[in-house]
Design a protein around this ligand. Sequence first.
Ligand code: FPP
Length: 245
Amino acid sequence: MSSQSSGVPHHIAIVMDGNGRWATRRFLPRVAGHKQGVESLRRCVKACVDRGVGVLTVFAFSSENWNRPVEEVSGLMDLMVIALGREVPKLTQDGVRLHFIGERGGLSDKIAAGLIQAETATAHNTRLVLNVCFNYGGRWDIARAAAQLAARGEPLTEANLDAAMALSHVPDPDLFVRTGGEQRLSNFLLWQSAYAELFFSDRLWPEFDEAALDEAIEAFRRRERRFGQTSAQVAGGERRDPQAA
Ligand code: FPP
């Protein structure tokens, strides 16, 4: 059964918030929370594969995260290097294809090379696309796409912008999840989330387990997606997803 017909969202996007609080509550350094966050991400990826989700997009490091304390930023960079080395073989076993989304210019040569290597090593996997947004911001993405079109002399139409955005290789997210109790978008997938269903969980990211994911999926199943139409039109089978046009 495809994810669509089973009611499972094809594309889930997640703001993995709450790592710092998870660590602070245990009198641990914030980086320990991010480490635990990687474990939680691994569990979530596996659960998405098992449930037939096609695309998972996660916010690992925002353009604004550079403003955090130096030791936290370097801890996150180190974690990325360690995670790339450890996780890629396991991801391949699970059929996961990795894409890194974000500005690569500001990254160290070591990380930039690691990202390319991981993308190449997983390029043939087909069960789940995992987009890791790293040094990413929604406004960065929109501005970059617009600048690309302007440089090519192409009109700034919705379709052209859509094709120039960093996630043009996947359909828009169906379900947008944020953990950690806050209810905001924080510059994540601003363009792509136009019709996403929003789900906010009070769980801190390291505590977001399979049951929490199932709760989010179940909430999604109960939503009526109207894409600007009326409830009667949707009930009458006229439903029209703008992306399917
Ligand atoms: C937000 O929690 C989380 C982040 C800024 C980083 C998320 C990263 C991971 C889950 C690890 C995967 C990433 C890499 C680099 C492999 P927060 O720190 O803002 O938590 P708080 O709101 O409790 O302070």
